[in-house]
Design a protein around this ligand. Structure first.
Ligand code: CP3
Length: 358
């Protein structure tokens, strides 16, 4: 466009991609689309390359991280790559003994439940996660105009794994600590917010084009408790990146009642799961933020005409928002046929294509 010819340094490259433009609520040539957990077990090429490497180990090998991150970009033509890593990577780097067990998820050797336990979560610097810095740099060089999304887990979701010792349906021990020992709770979340902010800064400094804060399990809380026990800590992370110059995305599952509060934590985009239609979500979030979502991951297992109708509905409802990034409402399920993901990308691009005014 004209701006590129004028040499505006912000024009062209990933910062001018449809994905980043949609996050910033700027006009786009088509609705951008990527999928949470796009780099993972639905892809045979992923399963092959991971066959003999443990999950955490794979996150610490920059060349492997780069290859796995690129796989879904090559295969599906998505509008953004997301760094291959996991939300517990910075917590492990901070000193917590944990592992990611196939089919289960993160498992913490000694759960964090007392003030003494907090000492096992140390601040991190770039040197503690140099493999992430290197992986991002490799990827930015490789990706050209395609933006790379960096990410981290939010304090509540990380705290849940640390306090429970592993995945939990009810988050009962986490909530017991939160209600029963609020000072300890705030100290724990404060530490996790520091680790998370430092981890995201490493990714921003290495060149990611956007960051997503995953508070996957925040939907377990009422709005009042979310505001009291969680929002200040997520806001510390997000506001700490206000001057980073990249869009921030704030996502959780089952957060229909929390969408307004999650927007207030300081973000450019709010991620929405499939339970809340995007037009209703936009009314709750307000006109100054874009939305991301929100196809039910299970719908990808349905016959194609059903998928197509749902993609149309979501694009229609997304027009109510000042910016829309198409995505699932949560991560890709391992049993998903990757060809369906590829077809969804093409369909989103076709249905949303529009001439850009010059
Ligand atoms: O999105 C991507 O493609 C990037 C990779 C990514 C992974 N984890 C790799 C992974 C991302 C963004 C995550 C984030 C993550 N990890 C979240 C937030 C998003 C969400 O799904 O809510 C959470 C809660 C975790 C914790 C976690 N890690 C769980 C619950 C599990 C087990 C479930 C599962 O899918 O197996 C993991 C393991 C994990 N993280 C795998 C991958 C590819 C599977 C491990 C394997 O392949 O052996």
């Amino acid at each position: 466009g004209a701006a590129a010819r004028d040499g505006d340094p912000r024009r062209g490259g990933p910062a001018d991609s449809p994905f980043v433009r949609a996050c910033r609520r700027e006009p786009v040539p088509h609705t951008p689309v990527w999928f949470m957990r796009q780099a993972g077990r639905s892809l045979p090429e992923y399963r092959e390359i991971r066959a003999n490497v443990a999950m955490l180990e794979s996150c610490r090998r920059p060349e492997l991280v780069a290859e796995i991150t690129l796989q879904p970009v090559r295969r599906h033509g998505v509008d953004a790559a997301i760094l291959f890593s996991d939300i517990v990577v910075p917590v492990a780097a901070a000193g917590v003994d944990l592992d990611i067990v196939a089919g289960t998820g993160p498992v913490v050797a000694e759960p964090v439940r007392t003030a003494e336990d907090l000492e096992r979560i140390r601040p991190i610097t770039r040197d503690d996660v140099s493999y992430v810095d290197e992986a991002v740099r490799l990827l930015v060089a490789e990706l050209g105009d395609t933006p790379l999304i960096g990410f981290a887990g939010a304090p509540f979701t990380l705290a849940s794994y640390l306090v429970e010792g592993g995945p939990s349906r009810t988050h009962a021990k986490t909530k017991a600590l939160m209600y029963g020992e609020p000072e300890l709770w705030h100290a724990l979340c404060g530490r996790l917010a520091e680790v998370t902010l430092a981890f995201l800064r490493v990714q921003v400094d290495a060149g990611v084009s956007a960051v997503q804060l995953f508070d996957s399990w925040a939907g377990a809380l009422s709005e009042a408790d979310y505001r009291r026990y969680v929002l200040p800590h997520s806001a510390a992370v997000l506001s700490g990146l206000a001057d980073a110059g990249v869009p921030r995305i704030h996502f959780g599952v089952g957060t229909g009642e929390l969408l307004g509060a999650m927007g207030e934590a300081g973000t450019d985009v709010v991620g929405v799961d499939w339970r809340t239609p995007l037009d209703a979500a936009t009314r709750r979030i307000g006109p100054d933020k874009a939305v991301q979502g929100n196809l039910d991951p299970c719908l990808l297992l349905a016959p194609w005409p059903v998928v197509e109708a749902e993609v149309r509905r979501i694009l229609d409802q997304g027009r109510a928002a000042p910016g829309h990034v198409f995505n699932l409402g949560h991560g890709v399920l391992p049993e998903t046929d990757p060809d369906v993901l590829t077809r969804v990308v093409a369909l989103v691009h076709d249905l949303s294509a529009r001439p850009v005014e010059q």
